[in-house]
Structures are given as C-alpha cells and as structure tokens.
Design a protein around this ligand. Structure first.
Ligand code: 5RP
Length: 223
C-alpha cells in the first residue's frame, strides 16, 4: 500500500475552484500535484505556485497553470510534505533541499496543510538532521557558528567531491542535534547567524496535517 499516495491525494479535498495553491516538494506532495493535475484536466480552475524547480517541472507536465509572486499577493492554501511533525504540528522540512522556497510559500499562504506517512510523527523534533540553507561564501564561518549551538554538521553532498546546490544556489548544512527542545528559540538563533539563509524548522505555521497509516487509514489532525 502506498501510504504517501493516500495522504497526498486526500489533501485535494481542501482545494476549491479558483484557489491559488502552493505546490509542495517531495514524494508525498508529488501525489497531491498528480491529483490536482487530474482535477485540472477535468475542468477545475486553479493556479499553482511551486516550491521547487522539480515541482515546477511536474506541475507543467500535469498542465497546472502556474503563477508567481509578481502575479498574486496571497496563496489560499499550500500542501506540502514534512520530515518530522511534533504533537503541536511544528515541523522539520528540507530533506529534499527545498526548505527556503517552501518556507516563503508557506508564509504567504492563508493555510498550510501537511501531508505525510505515519513515520513522520515524532514526540520531539530532532532525530532527523535539521537542514539549514547557507550561502557558499564564508560557509566555514557560518558552519562554526552553527556548531556552537551544540550540534554537529555535515555539508550535504551529491557525491564525494561535490556539494548539493539548492534551487537558490546555496548549500545545505545538515545539523545533528541531540534533540530540539525549543524549536522557536533554535529557529530564531539560527536565523541570526550571518550566512544562514533559512532553516528547516517550521514553527506555528501548520494548520492541518493529513497522515496516512500503514493499515490504510488516513487521519486529518487539526492544530
Ligand atoms: C523537501 C521537503 C519535503 O517535503 C520533505 O523532505 C518530505 O518529503 P517526502 O514526502 O518525500 O518524505 O521538505 O525539502
């Protein structure tokens, strides 16, 4: 059973005619975009704003009309995946490296709906390494300052010698904390460090979470 598909497809129930929709990134949001494509084919009128180049490509393949922030000043709903979800619906995102665009799109949205399989639900954030997007210039300085927050870091790579480059031409530093006790505090600390562009903590942003369970059930959790 494809649990990600169950959750991803369920999310389109939140979509209404005429909406501007933030299109998430990853293997769960993929199913949302696929389903939206089907609905568009059958006459639904929506417009999308993708959170990554890969989602943009997928949306174009599905003939979903796209807009940018120069065309619209709000988004009705964003549907996106997550790497970890705690009981207050705070998130770690950025496993796919799209966290900056994902956060901008979520921030501009009236509503953020997260789609995930049950493995993403945790009591405390931090088992998944926290992705932090940083500028390549001076990244050693930025890295050392982040390490002072009591984590060890790994520069994300695509192979032994090449760094992963985000859609915004930055690096990702994956940060291993023992656990993240106060996500808002850590988020604020990280974003004050020069060279940090954004971090993968999404605090007080999520409105609803749709969880797919291995037994085939799907639940909607409200804030
Ligand atoms: C990409 C993300 C994804 O939403 C997150 O990694 C979850 O992905 P998946 O649905 O493939 O498990 O934050 O930057």
């Amino acid at each position: 059973m494809n649990v990600k598909k169950l959750a991803g497809e369920k999310a389109v129930e939140f979509v209404k005619e005429g909406m501007i929709i933030g299109l998430g990134t990853g293997s769960t949001a993929y199913w949302t975009v696929q389903k939206l494509g089907e609905l568009v084919k059958n006459g639904l009128n929506i417009k999308g704003i993708p959170t990554s180049k890969s989602t943009e490509k997928l949306a174009l393949e599905m003939n979903i009309p796209l807009v940018s922030f120069s065309d619209v000043n709000h988004i009705d709903i964003t549907i996106d995946g997550a790497d970890e979800i705690n009981p207050t619906l705070d998130l770690i995102k950025g496993g796919g490296g799209a966290l900056l665009r994902e956060k901008i799109v979520a921030f501009a949205s009236k509503k953020l709906v997260v789609v995930a399989d049950e493995s993403k639900c945790v009591k405390k954030l931090g088992s998944f390494p926290l992705p932090v997007e940083i500028t390549p210039f001076g990244y050693e300085v930025t890295k050392r300052e982040i390490q002072k927050l009591k984590c060890h870091t790994k520069l994300r790579k695509i192979n032994k010698n090449e760094a992963f480059i985000t859609d915004n031409r930055n690096y990702i530093l994956d940060c291993y904390f023992e656990s993240i006790i106060d996500p808002l505090h850590l988020h604020t600390k990280l974003n004050l460090i020069p060279g940090v562009v954004e971090n993968g903590l999404f605090v007080n942003m999520t409105d609803q979470v749709i969880i797919g369970y291995n037994d085939g059930k799907v639940k909607v959790l409200d804030k």
